[in-house]
Write a protein that binds this ligand. Structure first.
Ligand SMILES: [Zn+2]
Length: 154
């Protein structure tokens, strides 16, 4: 999923738990669970991995990160949950942390993160390995709808 989708779900989880550690842990677990749903980024990742479309992957991640910052800034700015910024932030941090760890693994390849990366991609590719991936365009539309729908629970 996009960083924006993970972070938005993490914010909703944070607001609904009310406890920093529970928010962080459920946010962290949510990352793996929603990554199971095929979401169109396998081709993007392959292009990065095989160095055939590295710039495309960087452009995608850069735009996704900036959209995530804007969406989260708006959610925090317009939040009806006064005094819950820390717990909402914990949900956001937990929900995006797995991709940060995978990004560190991709960039610097520390052996200590091999197992974590394997676990991440076990969930990430669980369904798409069997039935194939969806089109990225359709996945992004679906995620935009999900992000908007999540606002009802924030
Ligand atoms: Zn991920």
């Amino acid at each position: 999923m996009t960083i924006t989708t993970h972070a938005t779900l993490g914010a909703v989880i944070g607001a609904s738990t009310g406890n920093i550690w529970i928010a962080f842990l459920i946010g962290f677990a949510s990352h793996f669970l929603i990554d199971i749903i095929p979401h169109g980024d396998r081709e993007l990742y392959e292009g990065h991995k095989t160095k055939t479309a590295v710039k495309r992957a960087y452009r995608f991640v850069t735009i996704d990160a900036l959209v995530a910052v804007i969406v989260l800034a708006l959610m925090f700015g317009l939040s009806p949950h006064q005094g819950m910024n820390a717990v909402i932030a914990a949900g956001v941090i937990g929900s995006v942390l797995p991709d940060l760890i995978v990004g560190i693994h991709e960039a610097w390849n520390p052996k200590k993160l091999d197992l974590f990366s394997k676990i991440h991609f076990f969930f990430h590719n669980m369904i798409s390995d069997r039935i194939g991936d969806v089109r990225l365009r359709n996945a992004l539309i679906g995620q935009a709808v999900f992000i908007i729908a999540l606002q009802k629970f924030f």
